[in-house]
Design a protein around this ligand. Structure first.
Ligand SMILES: Nc1ncnc2c1ncn2[C@@H]1O[C@H](COP(=O)(O)OP(=O)(O)OP(=O)(O)O)[C@@H](O)[C@H]1O
Ligand SMILES: [Mg+2]
Length: 295
């Protein structure tokens, strides 16, 4: 069991109802479920389900933040909230197998310079003694675009590897920093057309939904062909990939074996409606159908 810290700068308190939606009508339901959303929270949940000791650092404020912390703790993760004066963003989702789903989420929330600095300082503190730091997703405020670079510097000072799964300015700033991420995991769209900035990451996993993944590391290059599944909801598959890969590497497995576990984790997530609620048993069912080829 490893000690891992995940970072979610832009978490979300999601509200999900499993009901058909009809335009112009009030849809009534017995129950609306609240879910702790955010990419680092997803990674934390899957790692906790693999038996690891995980702390999820999140920026969040208001009563919504209390609920977020409660939901995170209920999943066996230690929540470490850095409070903002602004309330946490929220989202709504109506989903039903036949009609598909509709969702609406807020972009982010206001983060003051002081809150941003406390966020970085809290991560610097939490990462001490951890084996891995994983930073995932967007940032809630334009003033935070340099934060992931600063977090990479803090991880380096603590001697802890830092993986970053983000895009656009926060990702580019981290890649251009003095201590770039040990691992980056863009999907095709996030990767864009210019490979240059990504060369700074020690290890790169370029994923593409159900398509072939290309991986380069100082140890070698691989192509990973995911198992075929019938996709129900691909959201969070990248987070499950990272959690699966972290589980493998922190268990002392070599890169190809860890990649196979990562791909099976991503596919297991895509095959179900709930986001990032898979564990080792789901992964085992698909692992034999993953192909990892040296490139
Ligand atoms: N439809 C699918 N069938 C099989 N495997 C899948 C499918 N979708 C995702 N995966 C697995 O999960 C990995 C990550 O998926 P993807 O490239 O969609 O990540 P992502 O876009 O970063 O997702 P997110 O950011 O929502 O977590 C893929 O490389 C693949 O191994
Ligand atoms: Mg992703």
């Amino acid at each position: 069991m490893a000690r891992i810290v995940t970072v979610t700068a832009n978490p979300l308190l999601d509200h999900i109802a499993e009901i058909p939606w009809r335009h112009g009508a009030v849809s009534r339901t017995a129950h609306i479920t609240r879910v702790a959303g955010g990419k680092g929270v997803n990674v934390a949940r899957v790692l906790a389900r693999h038996g690891h000791q995980v702390t999820a650092v999140c920026l969040a404020g208001g009563h919504e933040a209390d609920e977020l912390a409660r939901l995170i703790a209920a999943d066996g993760i230690k929540p470490e909230l850095v409070r903002t004066a602004a309330r946490l963003r929220i989202g709504f989702q109506l989903s039903e197998l036949q009609s598909g789903s509709v969702a609406c989420i807020e972009d982010g929330f206001v983060v003051t310079p002081d809150e941003r600095d406390r966020f970085v300082a809290t991560i610097a503190e939490q990462v001490r003694g951890a084996e891995l730091l994983i930073v995932s997703g967007s940032v809630p405020e334009v003033g935070m675009e340099d934060s992931y670079r600063r977090i990479c510097d803090a991880a380096h000072a603590a001697g802890v590897p830092c993986w970053v799964d983000s895009y656009a300015k926060p990702m580019l700033a981290a890649l251009a920093g003095a201590h770039p991420p040990a691992l980056a995991k863009p999907n095709r769209q996030e990767y864009g057309v210019d490979p240059q900035p990504w060369l700074a990451a020690r290890e790169l996993h370029l994923t593409d939904g159900g398509g072939t993944v290309t991986v380069r590391a100082p140890e070698g290059r691989w192509r990973v062909v995911p198992p075929q599944v019938s996709e129900v909801n691909g959201i969070g598959s990248g987070d499950c990939w990272l959690a699966g890969y972290a589980h493998g590497r922190l268990s002392g497995w070599d890169i190809p074996r860890s990649l196979a576990w990562a791909a099976a984790a991503g596919a297991a997530n895509a095959a179900r409606a709930e986001v990032a609620r898979i564990g080792p048993e789901d992964v085992k069912q698909l692992i034999d159908r993953v192909q990892v080829v040296q490139a």
